[in-house]
Design a protein around this ligand. Sequence first.
Ligand code: NZQ
Ligand code: ZN
Length: 385
Amino acid sequence: MIVFNFDFYNPTRIIFGKDRLGELDQLVPAGARVLVTYGGGSVKKYGTLDKVKAALGGREVYEFGGIEPNPKYNTLSKAVEVVRENNIDFLLAVGGGSVMDGTKFIAAAAPYKGEPVNLLKIGLSKVKAAIPLGTVVTLPATGSEMNNGCVITHEDKKFPYFSKLLFPQFSILDPTLTFTLPPEQVANGIVDTWVHTCEQYVTYPAEGRLQDRMAEGILQTLIEVGKKTIDNPTDYDARANLVWCATMGLNGLIAVGVPQDWTAHMIGHELTAMFGIDHGKTLAILQPSIWKVLKEHKHAKLLQYAERVWQITGGDEASRIDLAISKTRDFFESLGIKTHLADYNVNADKINDIVKALEKHGLTALSETRKVTLAVSRQILEGAM
Ligand code: NZQ
Ligand code: ZN
């Protein structure tokens, strides 16, 4: 028997489609004291915040703006004060992954009796209470709208945290709210979704046949709509497909019963923390190099990926895998995303510092086999130059 045992739990209600913001009135408890959280201002500029506030009707509504990309503990701790001072009992995140993640941290930190900063050390899985939250998604990428994770930055560390109390109660996915995204952010979101999917798929065979087919379906859909939705941002059907791929890429469904390899994410977080490179771009830099270095461990799944995602069936096995890796790089580049560290002015003399940061943060045995030691991470970074 190969098939793994698994649990699956996901309580988030998805409200998908155009013009559904008005339904916030039924989704947020009547009489709730609501804190609406948002980022640097895009939701104000494009009118989403006004629509959200109108839909919340006569409820007591507070606002907290300024949650930055790669949300920082210091910013979020100010929101925690607002929640405590005003007895907020519902949080509504309006934005992309950073706003959703930041809001999850606020939800866990506000009821916590100790200093919130301690939660970054002990993790969120032990929190006993969290303020309920919902989201209105403006950027398809992270899947945060339907999962229980959040990635928080404090000092030199960017790290993921999880708690079963942090699934949003609901998420509104209106593809039209994403039409205003700059092409670069759409491309980041496509790469993020791609790499999430691969990290739950390109590992070793585990008889997760349906999960594999779902992962391949997401990747094939991204190939079909990726470039199209960047070139035609208001093509509703293309964008709607991207939005749903992003959610399905990291809501736990394709993860059940299969090995997972989060190497690209964990090294990528260091690149963001050290050099400010956008999350999606760090993944585009690392993914091809990771596969080159780990070709032997991932041989069977890389062959499957080559055949089923890229229809590569000719030639010997090694050349099929090489071609699949180069097609992946070409796909990222076709979206306008550069795939080499040097493209971001990070040169080989920085590799030592990156490896030191991995060591400091305990990231010394990554991947589905835990065989990505610091020496292997160094090879991956050298290959990403
Ligand atoms: O801040 P505003 O002004 O809103 O502008 C944002 C931001 O500058 C802008 N934007 C968002 N929606 C827009 C828009 N601009 C115009 N029109 C719209 N509709 O886009 C910029 C980037 O936003 P951000 O939320 O930072 O991007 P993303 O959704 O890619 O989130 C990245 C964060 O999520 C974490 C990443 O590490 C990073 O911190 N992740 C969270 C995960 C999770 N919770 O499961 C998993 C992911 O792997 C990822 O690590
Ligand atoms: Zn990601």
